[in-house]
Design a protein around this ligand. Structure first.
Ligand SMILES: Nc1ncnc2c1ncn2[C@@H]1O[C@H](COP(=O)(O)OP(=O)(O)OP(=O)(O)O)[C@@H](O)[C@H]1O
Ligand SMILES: [Mg+2]
Length: 901
């Protein structure tokens, strides 16, 4: 899960494919998908293939931590990697502090899931950066994450393509404080699919497989008895608009449970902004009123007057009116009459025909619901509004996918065209900028620029589809048919547009636009009505048409995105059946992926900063890498080169792993020793004239004892742990003879070992040590005093070590860690006492002997070593050891520290 895949034919980044063709791209995606790898890179873009089933560990905390702590290049592509890149870029500050992540793909491709994972990552990782590692999530994180169930209840629905299809566009920004913590957020919503409120008209083949917005079903399934009463809810099955759907329940979706989740999200959000229970129930009353409005049918009476058709219709009005806070007569009249202002300031009210009444009712229901949704977003925004200054932000765009047929879908597909524009201009621009900055030559690649399709839809001069629709909408005699004729006359010559005709040449009633993602046909039926927004027909001032409003929203969105550094996730739906693990190659084939790979590959398959490149592949070669013509980056034209490098790196890695283990050990030891060195300076400084040996590197283990198998066995037999110090020393034995030994110190004992065989000659528990004494000269002698009561050893140790300061410091530190009350006594004198072993050369009468240190100028100014008197006759005579110190190690030596003692 956390290792990169870079084998030929199965690379986790499409840019590294040997061969760039549709078949190769699709085969590679499929190979990864079959391994449970749903994420694939396309350079910095992450492609996500919907698995339609949970994948173990894919969003685990452990994996999240890896993406947080390791470099993106070391880990396979993942939505976490995208979120992390955006977060890190936002922390970089400056002009880069505005980031956006654009999630695209058709309906059911996994956009909303991806957006949730992105938000989760940002919430989880920025809470720790803001409030310390132990800080629990602050309420703002909860509120941001909690906004999802609420928005989904009101804005999502079961469709043919997706059981939880987002029927609105959403752009959520997370505002970050200078320290990287979340301070708040904001949701911008785009064009809710209003007609869905009333579900597809009966007779529509989709009606049996699609539902209205979730909240209607949630409410009916989950409301308590008290709520049912207050909201005037009819029993399930009592609503015409819900009855029209053939799938009032959805497998795997528990409406009642979802209602509970939605209510608690609502309660949490509303409470946070101090909005009472009343606001929540007002929203639910609106939902109930819309349900009742759906039951109001109209018919003309015998006198020709149009009114509620029957008792059921009247009952519906009687419920809807109080829920909306109006009286029944007012509501009835507003649905059955039209008021027009004349030019002379008069208002004329005229009755409507039965179908017109139904259209007005539908428009009212849709508008009420859509406004309720807008209001909900407004309340949520109050709830998550930034509570402090923000210096950076990350936006996540979860826009709708491509759909076919209606006016809403034209708007949605237009939104996708606009985003594709952003994608093209931002990625190509970015690409070219890199090449220019690095001084690299490249020839631009041909790609389809969809600007031409954007203009076809939104153009003003020459007018595009929306402009013609607006023109026709305000014409008193404008109809869907007249619009279609106009489109035919004015746009037929356009390469991306055609009006569909029947065999005889008559217009069929729909037109086709060739979008960047394929051809889509749109029906003209009802288009003008939707564009006009019937509800406002009564108003004097003409409101902006729906198309114009959407165009303005898209322009604002494009402005926002253009001011951000973009990151992309492209979601792919691998089959049409929502089937787990099924990959239908035909479905994936045309997604413009190949083109994208080509654009990215036009120059170089792989690019990385020189440091990063060298960092990853340094292990492969001992010599330095040649730099390319580039200034700061390494570019590889052929993916094969990268794969070869990866293979070589893989082979080297096990060797490197061993090196690393050793390196880590040394690093830990060095850190420990560096600390000890500071203590050593305190210990010796001012106490003793000696060489400043602490300017030398302390390395603890000078003889490789830690890697020796005999030593390992020995230490484990005693349960002694690791080597703290090991070095060659000279030990003075009881016969006053010098012997070479390895002195080894662990956390529990001190050993002497025979060089070569590593055989143990002594083991003294550190607990038995009572003191260390040294001369005031810069010699290497140390007397290690042993408490005989603590061990079976009857003599002290007399040693000479080239790392005396280090040895003494390590011993003192290790003894202090044993937890015994008195520290190891350290003393300095030029006459030291020690206990010699019984029967030794010096052991006549008493075991207590002395070592005398004195400066001997006869050794000459060049001598650097202290000399132990080895004259046996003299030894017997004096009954003491003598150490002659050369002038270089004595008081006047340049290398010495001044003695203040
Ligand atoms: N990463 C994933 N892991 C497991 N299942 C997933 C994943 N992504 C999506 N799905 C499944 O696919 C379903 C559809 O995904 P999602 O709702 O995110 O699609 P969408 O692209 O937002 O579609 P729409 O445009 O209709 O809103 C989810 O409800 C879930 O069951
Ligand atoms: Mg969605």
């Amino acid at each position: 899960m956390d290792a990169r895949l870079l084998t030929a034919g199965c690379v986790d980044d499409l840019v590294l494919l040997e061969e760039v063709g549709e078949a190769a791209v699709v085969a590679n995606l499929e190979a990864l998908f079959k391994k449970g790898r749903i994420y694939t890179g396309l350079g910095p873009v992450v492609i996500s293939v919907n698995p339609f089933k949970p994948i173990d560990g894919l969003y685990s905390v452990g994996l999240r931590n890896k993406y947080q702590t390791r470099h993106r290049h070391e880990l396979p592509p993942h939505v976490f990697a995208v979120a992390d890149t955006a977060l890190k870029a936002s922390h970089a500050g400056g002009a880069c502090s505005r980031q956006c992540i654009l999630v695209s793909g058709e309906s059911g491709a996994g956009k909303t899931e991806a957006a949730k994972r992105l938000l989760e990552y940002i919430a989880a990782t920025s809470s720790s950066s803001g409030g310390g590692a132990t800080a629990s999530r602050s309420p703002i994180h909860e509120k941001l994450l909690g906004s999802n169930p609420l928005l989904e209840a009101f804005g999502n629905a079961k469709t043919v393509r997706n059981d939880n299809s987002s029927r609105f566009g959403k752009y959520m920004t997370v505002e970050l404080s200078p320290s990287g913590g979340i301070v708040g957020g904001r949701v911008t919503n785009y064009l809710l699919e209003k007609p869905r409120v009333l579900t597809p008209a009966s007779g529509d083949s989709r009606s049996f497989r699609e539902r209205s917005f979730h909240v209607f079903y949630y409410l009916i399934a989950g409301a308590s008895d008290a709520e049912r009463k207050a909201l005037r809810l009819a029993p399930a099955g009592g609503y015409a608009m819900l009855q029209r759907s053939g799938c009032a329940t959805v497998r795997g979706l528990d409406d009642a449970r979802e209602y509970g989740a939605m209510r608690s999200a609502m309660a949490a959000a509303m409470a946070a902004v101090g909005l009472a229970e009343e606001t929540q129930s007002a929203i639910l009353r609106l939902v109930s009123a819309v349900l009742w409005l759906g039951n109001v049918a109209f018919a003309a009476s015998g006198s020709g007057e149009v009114g509620p058709r029957d008792a059921a219709a009247r009952e519906a009005l009687e419920h809807a009116a109080p829920l909306l806070g109006v009286d029944v007569a007012t509501l009835t009249k507003s649905l059955t009459h039209r008021t027009i202002s004349t030019g002379l300031g008069e208002r004329i009210t005229s009755p409507l025909a039965a179908e017109e009444c139904a259209a007005t009712r539908d428009a009212l229901a849709r508008a009420l619901y859509a406004r309720g949704f807008d209001h909900l977003v407004l309340l949520l925004n109050q709830c998550i509004a930034p509570g402090g200054p923000s210096s950076a932000s990350i936006g996540i765009l979860d826009i709708y996918g491509f759909e076919s047929n209606s006016f809403e879908q034209l708007c949605i597909n237009f939104a996708n065209e606009k985003l594709q524009q952003c994608f093209i201009s931002l990625t190509l621009r970015a690409e070219q900028e890199v090449y220019a900055r690095e001084g690299i030559e490249w020839s631009p690649v041909q790609f389809f620029d969809n600007l031409v399709v954007c203009k076809l839809i939104e153009g003003a001069r020459p007018p595009g589809v929306l402009a013609f629709a607006d023109e026709e909408t305000i014409m008193p005699k404008g109809t869907d048919e007249s619009l279609l004729s106009k489109l035919e006359a004015r746009l037929s010559g356009h390469g991306h547009f055609r009006v569909e005709k029947a065999a005889g040449g008559a217009l069929r009633g729909d037109f086709t636009i060739v979008h960047y993602a394929g051809e889509v046909s749109y029906s003209c039926r009802g288009l003008l009505e939707k564009n006009r927004d019937t509800l406002f027909r009564d108003l004097g001032a003409r409101p902006a048409t729906a198309g114009a409003q959407f165009k303005a929203q898209m322009a604002a969105l494009v402005d926002t995105i253009s001011a951000c550094e973009p990151h992309y996730i492209r979601c792919i739906k691998p089959n049409d059946d929502k089937a787990a693990g099924k990959f239908v190659t035909e479905r994936v084939r045309y997604l413009g992926l190949v083109e994208n790979v080509r654009v990215r590959r036009a120059g170089f398959a792989y690019r990385a900063s020189f440091e990063r490149f060298a960092g990853r592949y340094r292990v492969v070669s001992a010599s330095t890498f040649p730099r390319s013509a580039s200034r700061t980056m390494v570019f590889l034209r052929s993916p094969r080169d990268l794969l070869a490098l990866e293979e070589a790196r893989e082979q080297r890695l096990h060797v490197v792993a061993q090196m690393l283990q050793g390196g880590l050990r040394r690093f830990v030891a060095r850190k420990r020793l560096a600390k000890l060195k500071t203590e050593s300076q305190k210990l010796f400084n001012g106490q003793k004239r000696r060489r400043g040996s602490w300017v030398l590197q302390w390395s603890g283990d000078y003889v490789g004892a830690a890697q020796n198998a005999t030593v390992a066995k020995l230490l484990s037999r005693h349960g002694d742990g690791g080597v703290l110090f090991a070095s060659t020393v000279v030990k003075v034995n009881r016969a006053a003879k010098s012997q070479e030994r390895i002195l080894l110190v662990t956390a529990r004992a001190l050993y002497t070992l025979k060089p070569g065989s590593w055989a143990q000659t002594n083991r003294v528990p550190l607990a038995a040590l009572s003191g260390l004494s040294m001369s005031t000269f810069a010699d290497g002698f140390v007397v290690v005093s042993v408490n005989a009561a603590e061990c079976d050893r009857d003599a002290d140790l007399v040693l000479s070590s080239p790392q005396k300061a280090e040895l003494v410091t390590v011993l003192k530190d290790a003894v202090s860690r044993l937890g015994r009350p008195e520290p190891l006594a350290i003393s300095f004198a030029d006459t030291l006492e020690f206990r010699s072993g019984k029967g030794g050369l010096l052991a006549r009468g008493t075991e207590c002997r002395t070592i005398n240190f004195y400066e001997d100028t006869s050794l000459g100014s060049k001598a650097r070593a202290a000399v132990l008197n080895a004259d046996r006759a003299r030894l017997r005579e004096l009954r003491e050891l003598q150490v002659r110190i050369p002038p270089a190690l004595a008081s006047n030596a340049a290398l010495q520290l001044a003695a203040t003692a």
